[in-house]
Design a protein around this ligand. Structure first.
Ligand code: SGN
Ligand code: CA
Length: 532
């Protein structure tokens, strides 16, 4: 194993080392944090971290999907190296994860909420983990011993109660802590608490400029992805139309969208009678509106209706996350812990909130590729600072190690963000990041691709069943509507970016042989599943 311990310093170092509170939500788009963009929602509590710390405007993931992002964060390695390239592959449990190293270096460690693989987090003294994706209502948790318990209530509140309970009472207060507080929300199917559901269905949200994107000047991948609000978002599972009503309305419900079996009753069916009564009031209203108006709407109106329904639920889930982050930040203040605690807020990736007509993620395009990142560390980070350097989830582990005075394992691929956090920017020299997405063919049908992103440009290669390149001018075309790969004016940029991309592939140990190997593994895995 390639890591070191802080031998020799064990007596005096622990008390001075900072505590770490790592907060991560699932699918939280930066467009839905008011410190980034206030047109959709106010998130006053998350915003405190920007006011009192640093907000990163070009933070990204290496592979925009849940479990791979978590594997990257835990290992500090790209997914082609740690092996967790998609949501389907098993996580290689021989990989060393950063909580293990914190634990070995005298930290008290805990993890509460969604992990999404293994459900046997390594290196945590205490954990309560949702099995797989987990449930919004009355969720099950797997505890430190591996036993399962069901807790009554709304998942975001419960994960916070568990987190606060550990911080207040359970942890060993002689040691610094490294706590991972990881929300399930706002993951699909976006079930809000009953109170937020009632509140947010009365709101109307501004539409993104590209809601009616026709994918002109883009490649095959954008045109064939299955994440369009009108044609792929489900009436029942997503927009919360009761299956009985869909059945009753028959052909009046168009366009046809394939539904998940139990898409509605899966989540709703978890509610007890008292909870159902609260949800029913709101569901009745939504369903009555759909019944009366849907058959008479134009395609454009249908798109708009679905967008509003989507935003009402998605943002209601975020509002609960924000309230609960506020509870934890208040506790840090009241207990006097805030001053020596690094607080990180991030998401496992970005998310489309109707931009390009989409929901979901997976693409290297900005709304999916970029992820929120806010870091507060009193007396170290200048309050209210903003940073636009190209940083990634790959960098979290090395950063936290440096902050805790723990040597960074030499096989980790990220860079510590400490020079950016502490105003020593001259020590930062990265100008490009590397990205790769693998899960295809699969849900949402986003094609395999890899690419390089600098502040100015994004070069992408889609492969496997296509061989297409795209180049975007990030400064002139921030919405990424014009692929300029074949524009002669960009020939020199293409050449330079291709060379840089090759260099990055070598630097991070990636290659076309490895791409091919993962294609074979994926095919075999799918065949095995089909034969089961
Ligand atoms: C589920 C979702 C998909 C989502 C994947 C991966 N459908 O399959 O929309 O892309 O998870 O999400 S759902 O209706 O069952 O929620 S991830 O965040 O876990 O990567
Ligand atoms: Ca996710």
């Amino acid at each position: 194993m390639m890591f070191f311990s802080c031998a020799g310093n064990k007596e005096e170092v622990p008390r001075k080392r900072p505590n770490i509170l790592f907060i991560m939500s699932d699918d939280h788009a930066y467009q839905a944090i008011s410190a980034y963009d206030s047109k959709l929602i106010q998130t006053p509590n998350i915003d405190r971290l920007a006011k009192e710390g640093m907000l990163f405007t070009n933070a990204s993931v290496t592979n925009s999907i849940c479990a791979p992002s978590r594997a990257t964060i835990l290992t500090g390695k790209h997914t082609h190296i740690n092996g967790k390239i998609d949501n389907l592959m098993p996580f290689d449990t021989t990989q060393v994860t950063f909580p293990q190293i914190f634990q070995e270096n005298g930290y008290e460690t805990a993890m509460f909420g969604k992990l999404h693989f293994g459900n046997n987090p390594k290196g945590v003294d205490e954990s309560m983990i949702l099995p797989d994706q987990g449930f919004y209502l009355n969720p099950d948790f797997i505890d430190t011993k591996g036993d399962t318990t069901t807790i009554t209530g709304y998942v975001t509140d419960i994960i916070t109660d568990l987190t606060l309970g550990w911080l207040q009472e359970k942890r060993n207060k002689e040691k610094p802590f490294m706590m991972m507080y990881m929300h399930k929300a706002p993951h699909r199917p976006w079930w809000p608490s009953p109170e937020k559901f009632a509140e947010f269905t009365n709101k109307e949200f501004p539409e993104p400029e590209t809601l009616f994107d026709d994918y002109k000047n883009r490649g095959t991948a954008a045109k064939t992805a299955e994440m369009n609000l009108l044609t792929h978002m489900m009436y029942s599972h997503d927009s919360k139309i009761r299956p009985e009503l869909l059945h009753e309305m028959g052909d009046k419900v168009s366009p046809k969208v394939e539904e998940f079996e139990n898409g509605f009753y899966g989540p709703y069916g978890r509610a007890n009678a008292a909870q159902k009564a609260k949800y029913d009031v709101v569901l009745d209203k939504i369903n009555a509106d759909f019944k009366a108006n849907w058959p008479n709407m134009t395609e454009q109106e249908k798109m708009r209706w679905k967008y509003q329904r989507y935003m009402q639920d998605y943002l209601a889930c975020i509002s609960s996350v924000d309230d609960n982050v506020g509870r934890v930040l208040d506790y840090l203040d009241e207990s006097g812990l805030a001053e020596n605690t690094i607080v990180v807020y991030t998401s496992d990736q970005g998310f489309y909130l109707g931009e390009h007509g989409w929901f979901d993620k997976r693409f290297i395009y900005d709304e999916s590729f970029k992820t929120p990142l806010l870091v507060r560390w009193p007396n170290k980070i200048t309050p209210g600072s903003k940073e636009n350097e190209m940083v990634q989830n790959l960098d979290f582990a090395p950063t936290l190690f440096e902050a805790a005075n723990i040597p960074v394992p030499t096989d980790m691929q990220g860079e510590s963000l400490m020079p950016l956090l502490t105003g020593e920017k001259e020590k930062w020299d990265r100008d490009a990041v590397y990205y790769q997405y693998y899960e295809y063919p699969s849900v949402h049908m986003v094609k395999r691709h890899y690419g390089i992103v600098t502040k100015e440009y994004k070069l992408i290669h889609f492969y496997y069943d296509v061989d297409e390149w795209e180049l975007y001018d990030r400064l002139k075309d921030p919405q990424e509507l014009n692929n300029v790969f074949n524009d002669p004016a960009y020939a020199a940029v293409v050449k330079e970016m291709k060379t840089k991309l090759d260099e990055l592939r070598v630097k991070y140990g990636d290659s076309s042989e490895l791409d091919q190997k993962y294609i074979e593994i994926y095919k075999n895995m799918k065949t095995e599943k089909e034969n089961d």
